[in-house]
Every structure is written in C-alpha cells, then in structure tokens.
Design a protein around this ligand. Structure first.
Ligand code: SAM
Length: 344
C-alpha cells in the first residue's frame, strides 16, 4: 500500500514512488539495459550537440520527448526505471533545466512532486511570470514547448472541465449548492467559475495538504463561498462528520499518486460525502501519454498512469446500491481520463 500518500503530509517524491512501484527485473535485464542505455545515449548525445550548436530548441525537445516515450514503451519497466538516472545525469539535462517549468518539477522547491506552483506553469498563470522573466532565452523557448505539450494542453482543458462541472451542478441545485475539492492546489478552476463569480454557491470547500497553497486560496478568495481546508487524504479517510455532505466532490491531480487500493478506499469515502443526486468526479493521466518519458526523466515527475479499465475497477470497487450511474471518458486529446459517479 502506498503509505506515503496517506501519511498526512504526502511528500510524494520520485524515491517514494519508485519504492512503492518498483518493477521486478527480467532474467535478461543486463542485456536489455545495455541495449536501451546505448539507444538512449544516441538520442541524448545528438540533442546535446544540437543545443551546443544553438539549433532551434523546439525540434530538439520534441524529438527527445518522442524518442524517450518510444524507449519507455519498448523496454520492461525495470529497464526503463534504471535508465532514468542516466538521462538525469546526462550533460543535455543542463539545457532542458533552463526551462523554468522543467526545473521547478525537477528540483521540487516544495519538497514533493506536482505542487500547485508547478500547475501554474502549465496553466500559464500570471503567478509564474516572474520565473519566466528570469529564465534564459533558451529557457523561454523550451517553456513554449513544454507548456504546449499534449499533457499540458490536457491539464488546461481539465481546469475548464472542472469549472464547467461546478457551474453545471450549481445550475441544477440552486443556491444551496455545496462543492468539495480534494487536493485543490491553488484552486485555479475557481477563476473560471461563473457560479462562484455570480455568488450561486453556498460553499466550496477546498482541501489541500500544503499550507502554502491553502494560504494562497485563503488570500485570493476571502469573503467568498470558498472555504480553504488544511488537510490531507487522511483527513477524509478518517472522521469526516464535521465536513458535511456535498452536491459535487472531485479530485484532479491526486489519483495519479495513489495506488489502486488507496484510490478505491478514497473513492468509497467520497461517495459517502455525496448528498442524494450528488456527483463525484476524479481525473487521472491516461496510460500511453506521449510526454511520459520526458516527465519521468528531465522533470523527475513519475505518475501512475491509468487505463479505462483501471478507472472502472476503482469505481466498481467503490459503489454501493445508492449509486445510479457511472461513466469513464477521455478528455479531447486522450491524455487525461475522467471517472464520474452519480448518487441516486
Ligand atoms: C497536481 S496538483 C493539482 C492541483 C489542482 N487540483 C489542479 O488541478 O490544479 C496536486 C495537489 O495535490 C495535493 N496533494 C497531494 N497529495 C495529497 C493528499 N494526500 N492530501 C491532500 N492533498 C494532497 C498537493 O499538495 C497539490 O496541491
């Protein structure tokens, strides 16, 4: 079980991730590893030469991301995991790390992967403007590519989908509407919500384990229906009598760090927080995304990517007879997958 995601602090580091999800080594590990390492070295050496020659950065990073994805797909999980430190130690890394988004992800200033400021790079939010202004020209050009990757586009769409869901539920339930966001980060979807702007919500509880993110939400939304809540998944799995019930409960950017059994337990708990007619939504990066290799190496950002089947298995392991409908669907470019459950 992924205890690190349940410790109340959720310091989700790549080391903890690897400990939890290490792949067993195949018999032919050494031979496969040598071949894969040589293959990857060719790609990275060439990219390095191109950076040194000051070639156009977008084709360099796009090719490296494409090739890393192929290598990740071709070799066994344990071979790929052994390649990650080699990529990170390659001299080409010093070029990729000039991109402030890649550097933030790699260095993890908040001590864990996937913090809310990282998401602000993806959202191209003004709060990341200073980091961008301080970047080298190459860094700025690389950021134009990383913030435009398929996974970044999907996360921006996810933000819109979340805001639209809040508005739809508010429209259906009227002024008593109560929303609960788990792992809210900076709650950037609230900036897009018409229901919040037009004061159509009774309350919007936003929980996160990072006090800095909670402080940002508190500052931004004081005097509104938004109620920041400093707490973790553990808070939800423990006693939640004081939280109340909701018309909409959702989590985005959280399940990607939760093992299947923990994800199922959390889903069971969330379904109990729904009022009759309530909706639960959870999002996860999808298996097979093109950016997986670049994210796991130069961004040092491993994620648990899920298939439709795995999303369904979380739902099937969570529902009781109060549930009337459920669905699993992809976002526009298939990089993010959504599970939705409706209570009768
Ligand atoms: C990738 S961000 C997503 C933020 C936001 N939901 C969004 O979509 O922009 C992940 C957030 O989950 C929070 N988080 C991670 N593990 C958590 C846990 N066990 N309990 C509560 N929050 C958690 C982190 O602090 C971080 O703000």
């Amino acid at each position: 079980m992924a205890e690190f995601a349940l410790d109340g602090k959720s310091l989700i580091t790549p080391e903890a991730f690897l400990r939890e999800f290490a792949h067993p080594r195949p018999v032919a590990f050494e031979t496969q590893f040598e071949e894969a390492a040589a293959h990857m070295a060719l790609i990275l050496n060439f990219a390095h030469q191109q950076f040194v020659a000051e070639a156009e950065p977008a084709p360099i990073i796009n090719r490296v991301a494409r090739e890393l994805h192929k290598i990740r797909l071709k070799y066994s999980g344990s071979v790929w995991q052994a390649l990650i430190p080699l990529a990170q130690q390659h001299p080409v890394a010093s070029f990729f790390l000039q991109d402030p988004f890649t550097r933030w992800s790699f260095t993890k200033p908040r001590g864990y992967s996937g913090d809310a400021h990282l998401l602000d790079f993806i959202y191209r939010h003004p709060s990341a403007d200073n980091d961008l202004a301080d970047a080298s020209d190459l860094g700025k050009q690389l950021y134009a590519s990383t913030s435009d990757s398929a996974s970044s586009q999907a996360v921006r769409e996810r933000r819109e989908i979340l805001a639209a869901k809040v508005d739809e539920v508010a429209e259906a339930n009227g002024p008593g509407t109560e929303v609960f966001t788990i792992a809210a980060g900076h709650l950037r979807e609230a900036e897009l919500s018409k229901a919040l702007k037009n004061k159509k919500l009774k309350r919007w509880v936003a929980l996160d384990q990072d006090p800095e993110s909670i402080a940002t939400i508190r500052e931004k939304w004081k005097g509104t229906a938004v109620e920041p809540l400093d707490g973790s998944v553990r808070t939800i799995l423990g006693s939640t009598n004081s939280i109340g019930t909701f018309d909409l409960v959702y989590a985005a950017g959280l399940y990607d760090y939760l093992a299947q059994n923990v994800a199922t337990k959390l889903t069971q708990r969330c379904l109990r927080l729904l009022k009759p007619g309530g909706v639960f939504l959870f999002a996860n990066f999808a298996q097979g995304i093109a950016d997986d290799g670049f994210m796991e190496t130069f961004m040092n950002w491993p994620l648990l990517l899920r298939s439709e089947k795995q999303m369904w298995s979380i739902i099937e392991g969570s529902v009781d007879n109060s549930i009337i409908d459920a669905n699993v669907y992809f976002g526009a470019n298939h990089n993010v997958i959504y599970g939705v459950v409706m209570k009768g």
